[in-house]
Design a binder for this molecule. Structure first.
Ligand code: NCD
Length: 303
């Protein structure tokens, strides 16, 4: 696809070629993201941020990226500070910000919210997470991280572990990895398995992921352990969360003797022990940094 003025709603809209293109542009953005070079590519442009759900990295890396490219940001990062509290609906807010800004980034608890907004406004809309749906920009930075560390994505052995039911990062990532001929495993408690719809979609293109509850089934085989947080806020019943929380703990003892890398979209709660941070396995902070060049690549390409 040509990216100019395109909405970024679901990773399913990306071909392998599209993904590779963004990763290549991101590489060129890296020196600017690291402040080794400066740029005015988006001078005079404004990014509107509608964050109805909490965010740290996604919001700040979009903001950083926009500013590193000479642009500006407006918006709110807490529905409480907007006219939502006066009863304004999402459609009215989005239409208005669509008139103010050159592109909109939205995070919302409702699946489909970004697609809905993209139908209402004339500027390109970027999905920064829609409920348990998709998180395409996170996936692009995840892939960029893997590519930077291994020099390739193809033929790697990658396990997604944790909350595969409600975690939007793993939903998007599974679709993208399916395009790269990787060996995929899904590790989760049975209550939090990858949704059937996604498993079927992957099977349709002859991608079969190994599913297990036991991390030891995959530990000695994987190159990448992609760990996720149990998505407490999406459990209809808090008691269910209490039963499942702490299902997996990745600590340095578990990783001893392996050279796999540990990734995590962050925030972590209790699924990765702090003693992992100083091991060579841990890559999640590096991964968080790559959010900046990757989001710069997207902003540059669509605005
Ligand atoms: C993720 C999200 O919001 O889906 N965070 C992020 O964007 N890095 C993961 C999570 O909240 O667990």
């Amino acid at each position: 696809m040509t990216f100019s003025q395109k909405n970024i709603i679901s990773i399913k809209d990306f071909s392998k070629k599209d993904i590779k293109y963004i990763l290549r542009v991101a590489e060129r953005m890296e020196p600017i993201a690291r402040s080794k070079e400066t740029s005015n590519l988006l001078y005079g442009k404004i990014l509107g941020m509608l964050f109805y759900e909490p965010s740290t990295r996604t919001k700040l890396s979009f903001e950083t990226g926009m500013k590193r490219l000479g642009g500006n940001v407006i918006g709110f990062t807490e529905a409480a500070g907007s006219s939502m509290t006066k009863g304004e609906n999402l459609a009215d807010t989005a239409r208005m910000v669509g008139e103010y800004a050159d592109s909109i980034v939205i995070r919302h608890e409702m699946e489909g919210a970004a697609r809905y907004v993209s139908d209402l406004v004339d500027v390109p809309v970027i999905n920064a997470g829609d409920g348990a749906g998709q998180h395409p920009t996170q996936t692009l930075l995840d892939l960029y991280t893997i590519k930077r560390i291994f020099g390739k994505i193809k033929n790697l052995n990658i396990a997604l572990i944790g909350d595969l039911k409600y975690g939007r990062t793993v939903h998007s990532l599974a679709y993208a990895l399916a395009l790269f001929n990787v060996k995929m495993s899904f590790v989760s408690p049975k209550e939090l398995k990858m949704p059937d719809e996604i498993v079927h979609d992957l099977n349709k293109i002859d991608v079969v992921a190994r599913e297990t509850e036991n991390i030891h089934d995959v530990l000695d085989k994987v190159d990448v352990l992609y760990v996720t947080r149990i998505q407490k806020e999406r459990f209809p019943d808090p008691e269910e969360y209490q039963k499942i929380k702490g299902a997996y703990l990745i600590n340095s003892e578990l990783l001893k003797g392996t050279d796999l890398i540990v990734m995590h979209p962050l925030p972590r709660v209790d699924e990765i022990a702090y003693d992992v941070d100083s091991t060579p396995n841990s890559k999640y902070f590096e991964q968080a940094f790559y959010g900046v060049p990757v989001r710069m690549a997207l902003l540059k390409s669509i605005i």
